[in-house]
Write a protein that binds this ligand. Sequence first.
Ligand SMILES: C[S@@+](CC[C@H](N)C(=O)[O-])C[C@H]1O[C@@H](n2cnc3c(N)ncnc32)[C@H](O)[C@@H]1O
Length: 271
Amino acid sequence: MAHRDCTAFLQWALPQLGLRWAGYRKVQGLVCKRLAHRLRELGLADLAQYRVRVAGDALERERLAALCRIPISRFYRDRGVFDALRDAVLPALAARAAGRGERTLRAWSAGCASGEEPYSLAIAWRLAVAPRFPGTALAVLATDAEPELLARAERGCYRSSSLKDLPGEWLPLAFERAGELWCVRGGLRRGVGFARQDIRAEMPAGPFDLVLCRNLAFTYFDAPGQEETAARLAARLAPGGFLVLGCHEKLPAAIAGRFAPGPHECIHASA
Ligand SMILES: C[S@@+](CC[C@H](N)C(=O)[O-])C[C@H]1O[C@@H](n2cnc3c(N)ncnc32)[C@H](O)[C@@H]1O
């Protein structure tokens, strides 16, 4: 499939799915590979034929939307963000909860891929923060639209390439070796739950003390989708809670005023 043809197809298709081309420039290769595979499955000669199919078939449009979901993640992605969560956000939330006599902090990882993000949070909490707050627990809900990714998340086993950003001393504490893979230790999985949800259609009720929505809505969704998602995320944050975005992402202007700067430029404090 020619690069030029794939670009033209994506520039036609993405807006119809509420997605924006600009978010896909860097990951176009992955989507084009998936498209070529889909064409072979359908026995279609080229993207012109696939266009006709997508235009007339709602189920194929859903299939295409799934092909456009990018699964890339890794543990402790954007180290500075996780350092700030570990050193500032989680201790502040835990101290506030303890002061109020609350026993559970609630976090939501929206678009959790294969579990790298919610497990990173649970590991940082358990190894670095929880010992100072023995009466407090962290409950992490992790959601994604892709069942295959969620199944991998439930298995909790990863190649070492997913773990290269994790603080080295945590590796043996948080993982056990299973052949080529590293599996999250059982005790660290407790408190992390997974659910299938399309963030456009539904969100957990909340309220949450901490919401991570990174490298999803604010990279790939079009402007109205970003605004709508941001407003719905903000509505699920407890007062004084924190919203974490990907480090190349910005809150839509209409919502940004509801947040103050957090302890890292990618972390926003709800008013
Ligand atoms: C690029 S990954 C980001 C993973 C993780 N948040 C991170 O930053 O490393 C984006 C994830 O969002 C999921 N996703 C995409 N569209 C979604 C939607 N509409 N609802 C829920 N999850 C979605 C994808 O399946 C994928 O797992």
